[in-house]
Design a binder for this molecule. Structure first.
Ligand SMILES: [Zn+2]
Ligand SMILES: [Zn+2]
Length: 404
């Protein structure tokens, strides 16, 4: 359990995570870290099984802790089909079938992979009441320690409550080998925190929403850490991978401390996730989460800058002003990093902004503009600015092969 006292109304924050191991050969410690469990069910996809699953499986088997493994076909999206597969394969039949007994459940689920496998296992863990942990293979998103998971149900993406990982194991040498788009995805997910924090502060002022100063400060720290490390990711320096992984984990912890993703997900996630959903609706495999969110960040930034130039002095203007230096930093980072964009079509871009407002129940600047009859005008205007200032290249042209 990780806990801290606080000055906010919650007074105390805690999460059930027991171990966070981020080190160069962390995978070798898997059995030692999980020694209190005896029927571990390992879940990976074809790619993550190759890079980490097989080795973890060996270590667990040697220690007598492994129940069995399931390897899903890649890319293994966190959808109802894969969640169903994990659920069906979670238990083992007893040697002699007993009509009065339940199947033999594992006592632990170990997710080996990035966001998709993690989200899939988190849901099954929550539904079956079995603890789970993650052996992360890429610093691609901040969901390792999160409390919720956006899951694909049919052609809809719905945010469900899920279990929090008991153990987070990050092997830096494995993570350093992750495909570059996954590393960029991690950065895209993190730079958005400034937007999320600004939305949160605005809602506190306008709606009296719960706000925690300490958590907001920690998320800001995690974001700064990831942004400072980002330029060195291309060279795959272990220190950059470590800083990024730790920043992402800290951001996830803050979500869990808060009890909602409010500190880490605002306008940028509502827009980015709407674009993901639009892909799903059309039967396509959505792009990486942090890449969609990254484009959402530049969109949200330009919305805020435009609003700043238009509104009268007051609380909202003052709050935006506080974040303008952070926006400048993100803009400068994009010149170096060149995060790829996935949505370049005007109609699609605008639809994402308009529908993004209601992606989930959360007050953001999108609702603020909608209430004043300005959202459509902003979506159209910001499209031009974003394409002109930041558009680098489309994702799939440069990286035709990726796994989520
Ligand atoms: Zn607090
Ligand atoms: Zn995210």
């Amino acid at each position: 359990m990780i806990e801290m006292d606080c000055t906010c109304v919650q007074k105390h924050h805690s999460i059930p995570t027991e171990v966070i191991e981020v080190s160069e050969h962390a995978i070798e410690k898997t059995a030692e870290i999980l020694k209190d469990y005896h029927r571990i069910f390992l879940v990976a996809d074809e790619n993550t099984y190759e890079v980490a699953g097989r080795r973890a499986e060996e270590r667990l088997r040697e220690a007598g802790l492994l129940s069995h493994s399931l390897v899903l076909p890649s890319p293994a999206l966190p959808n109802a089909e894969n969640i169903g597969k994990v659920l069906m394969e979670a238990g083992r039949d007893r040697e002699v079938y007993d009509i009065n007994a339940w199947s033999l459940n594992p006592d632990y689920i170990l997710a080996v992979g990035g966001g998709s496998i993690n989200d899939t296992c988190r849901m099954v863990s929550y539904r079956l009441g079995i603890p789970y942990g993650v052996l992360g293979t890429a610093p691609s998103m901040d969901g390792y320690a999160s409390v919720v998971a956006p899951l694909l149900n049919g052609r809809k993406k719905i945010v469900y409550n899920c279990s929090i990982a008991r153990h987070i194991i990050i092997d830096l040498s494995i993570n350093a080998q992750a495909p570059y788009p996954l590393l960029l995805s991690g950065v895209g997910d993190m730079i958005g925190k400034y937007i999320a924090l600004l939305d949160w502060e605005i809602s506190r002022e306008l709606n009296g929403e719960y706000y925690c100063e300490k958590i907001a400060g920690m998320v800001k720290e995690a974001t700064d850490q990831c942004m400072a490390a980002a330029p060195a990711l291309e060279d795959r320096s272990l220190e950059a991978i470590r800083a990024t992984s730790e920043g992402l984990i800290l951001s996830g912890e803050c979500i869990a401390f808060c009890g909602s993703s409010r500190p880490a997900s605002g306008t940028e996630h509502m827009i980015g996730q709407t674009w993901e959903v639009m892909d799903v609706e059309e039967g396509k495999v959505p792009n990486l989460h942090g890449i969609e969110v990254g484009e959402g960040v530049f969109t949200a930034m330009e919305i805020f800058r435009r609003l700043y130039g238009e509104i009268e002095e007051g609380t909202v203007k003052n709050l935006i002003e506080k974040y303008l230096p952070a926006f400048d930093k993100i803009e400068a980072l994009q010149k170096v990093l060149k995060l790829p964009f996935t949505v370049t079509d005007r109609a699609r871009f605008v639809e994402g902004v308009l529908r993004g407002r209601t992606f989930r129940e959360r007050y953001t600047i999108l609702q603020y503009l909608y209430d004043r009859g300005k959202l459509e005008e902003y979506a159209e205007a910001v499209y031009d600015t974003v394409m002109e200032k930041y558009f680098h290249q489309t994702f799939k042209e440069e990286f035709p092969e990726w796994e989520g």
